[in-house]
Design a protein around this ligand. Sequence first.
Ligand code: ZN
Length: 343
Amino acid sequence: MTPPPTYYPKDNQKKHPWRLMAPQAGGGVVGIGIDIGGTNTKIVALNKTGKVLKEYRFKTLPALGYPNFLKRISQVVNLWKNILPGDNFAVGVGVAGDINSADGIIRFCPNLEKWSNIKLAADIRKKTRLKCFIENDANIAAWGAYVLYLKKKYKNGIAVTLGTGIGGGLIINGKIYNGSGGSAGELGHTNIYPGGRKCHCRMRGCLEAYTGSYAIINRAKEEIKNIPAFIKQYGLPKVKKIDTISLARAAAKGNPIALKIWRDTGTYLALALSDMVLVFNPEYIVFMGGVSNASKYFLPAIKTAFAGQKIKAPFKKVKLIVSKNPDLGCYGAAFYALEKNRQ
Ligand SMILES: [Zn+2]
């Protein structure tokens, strides 16, 4: 039997900056943003001024299968469509993996079991009778950060999501840049050391193989001599393994090995990002995702590497920004729906 959807009401509107945006008259347009993660799915409904109308999250439970997930997600969208004020709804979806946004297809998604070649946009359209647009989650988060924080000052930038994996999203001339087949911005798998460490993608020497959270933890394990003592001193209660949180806590207390791990992380990031700066000449690089909470310890190494570049102008121009908003995925998806619906 299919379990009912588990909803976790979460009204955190107060902490978000766009609550300050003044509602406008005649706001009949609603963007519903869905961020599909391997563990949790977050959904938010925004009106055209960016005001949060509804916000829920539930377990993705990919093992129950795609039809089950589609049913649960459609139930929420259809419910909101009926109860929210608005007459022009559109749905935006961000999902990790190889996405064909032009055709609305998930070609391959490593975190969602056996979900490949899924016509997600068409299926949501069929179930909800609403327009639906899908994009890679890093591109969507890049869009979320751009609309919320950067649009007023900038037009060109790079977003870097730092988590288990490393994602990249490009904003060029105020638009998401997809490339010719939707794969642009795959920063995590650009090579920084030929023949180097093995990556989750099975290549060697990718940026992610050095700076993904799993890679940071592996490097820490190689350098910390007494791991149980380290965990006892710096880990959160009940956590038995080294994680990026204990590494950040250790760095905050001046532990030299943790400081070195983070410094090296910055140096590795700078290897890939300096190439990106030279290729794209961006106005900003915005860091997001859980590991960016430790930015204090890895950003100085990036700044040092950038300062040492010989072609000075693009490195002087680029601003390094950190966003600690954990919900850029679903807000970005809702803003994306609003934007696409306007076109
Ligand atoms: Zn890789």
